[in-house]
Write a protein that binds this ligand. Structure first.
Ligand code: V47
Ligand code: SF4
Length: 365
């Protein structure tokens, strides 16, 4: 049987380096030829990266879970007076940073939209961490938080980003993108900035020389068309700025949220990752976030177009609040084992994809 049965013309065009259309994307999602989609994504991935799979050692810090937005899919956020609401003093965040091993190269900092914290809390937080850990990269604040800082200061996102960069911001994570399609976005996160604002803030960040990531939250109430629309809007901005480093699909977890069920199977997880690789022809890196996918699917995804496995993530809060059963952290050796057992070459990287170490010795040798 032809491995590309049912998707022959799409595969031929993609392998010739032609850009795929919205209709092609929908056809791929509708196809049941999972192995064909995977083979196509894997071939495109191998052309870019050979057998290399990147990982980094990072530490997530979530300074507060108090949030004025309360998105329907979010189990992490709380009202200020609700049980379990917390806000770290800057010294608490510093202590968390000090407690992690020297090998950690990145702090990934995101949190809720707190009604009372001043903008200076965030600049002070970055300055404090940077003064204690000058060599660590700070990847912090989603476009949603940048927009909120602009609102509370009455300044522009450009001004906010410039202040944060002066305080030590090195790049931006990809959260807050959720799903761009207006009607679906209204259902899952009505209070959140719209797609145009999210994209505009990433454009400004790219203009200022910051690299950023992009995400897509799937497996809730979105349609296949919503997913393809989301990917193509990202591809369009990337065409103009080339500022995105990685795309990370995020698998929805339903527990403790206002959305009743998760609407994505293991097959959907693999399809979303593979089709992201195929449609996002101008993104270098497709990242599997094992915290949300689980270790097994994340490992299999390395043969479905994924070239980056995130990460050693110490203490993950957002997905675990929504019922993720994966461990809260993964040791470097275990990450290396997962990559090698998939027949790939683990490459430890910095946030901006400089190679720290290519691990060529087989585990146990
Ligand atoms: O924006 C919230 C998502 C995101 C749930 O840039 C949920 O390197 C699943 O963006 N089920 C934050 N997902 C995480 C994020 C991220 C993660 C890893 C790496 C990077 C990067 C970015 O988590 C939020 C939202 O889309 N989220 N609640 C939930 N119940
Ligand atoms: Fe707040 Fe972010 Fe949760 Fe939405 S996803 S409620 S903005 S913390």
């Amino acid at each position: 049987m032809d491995i590309f049965a049912g998707i022959e013309t799409i595969a031929t065009r993609a392998l010739r380096g032609e850009r795929l259309s919205f209709e092609d994307g929908v056809a791929l999602f509708r196809s049941s030829n999972l192995l064909g989609i995977g083979k196509l994504a894997d071939t495109l991935n191998q052309r870019r990266h050979g057998g290399r799979v990147y990982f980094n050692q990072n530490r997530h810090i979530n300074p507060t879970n108090v949030c004025v937005n309360r998105c329907k899919f979010c189990a992490f956020s709380k009202n200020p007076d609700e049980a379990g609401a917390y806000t770290m003093q800057i010294e608490d965040a510093l202590r968390a940073a000090q407690a992690c091993p020297d090998s950690v190269r990145e702090f990934h900092i995101v949190g809720g939209l707190h009604p009372d914290l001043p903008f200076t809390y965030y600049t002070e937080l970055l300055r404090t961490l940077k003064s204690h850990f000058p060599a660590r990269h700070i990847k912090a604040f989603t476009a949603v938080e940048i927009d909120y800082f602009a609102t509370i200061t009455g300044e522009s996102p450009r001004w906010v980003l410039e202040q944060l960069m002066a305080a030590g911001l090195g790049s931006m994570p990809g959260g807050g993108a959720e799903i761009f399609a207006h009607d679906t976005r209204q259902i899952i996160c009505q209070e959140k900035i719209d797609a145009e604002r999210w994209l505009e803030i990433h454009r400004v960040a790219h203009e200022l020389g910051l690299k950023t990531n992009a995400t897509m939250l799937y497996g809730h109430v979105e349609t296949i068309e919503d997913r393809v629309d989301h990917l193509l809007r990202l591809r369009e901005l990337q065409n103009q700025t080339h500022g995105f480093q990685a795309f990370i699909p995020l698998a929805f977890h339903a527990e403790n949220t206002e959305i009743a069920t998760r609407n994505a199977s293991g097959i959907d997880d693999l399809k979303v990752l593979a089709i992201s690789r195929i449609l996002l022809d101008n993104f270098d890196h497709i990242k599997a976030y094992w915290v949300m996918l689980g270790e097994n699917v994340a490992q299999i995804s390395l043969s479905f177009g994924v070239n980056d496995l995130d990460g050693t993530v110490v203490e993950e809060k957002i997905t675990h609040a929504a019922g993720a059963t994966s461990p809260e952290a993964m040791a470097k050796d275990h990450l290396i084992h997962l990559i090698q057992a998939a027949g790939k070459i683990p490459v430890e990287r910095t946030t901006t994809y400089e190679v720290v170490d290519t691990i060529t010795t087989l585990e146990g040798s």
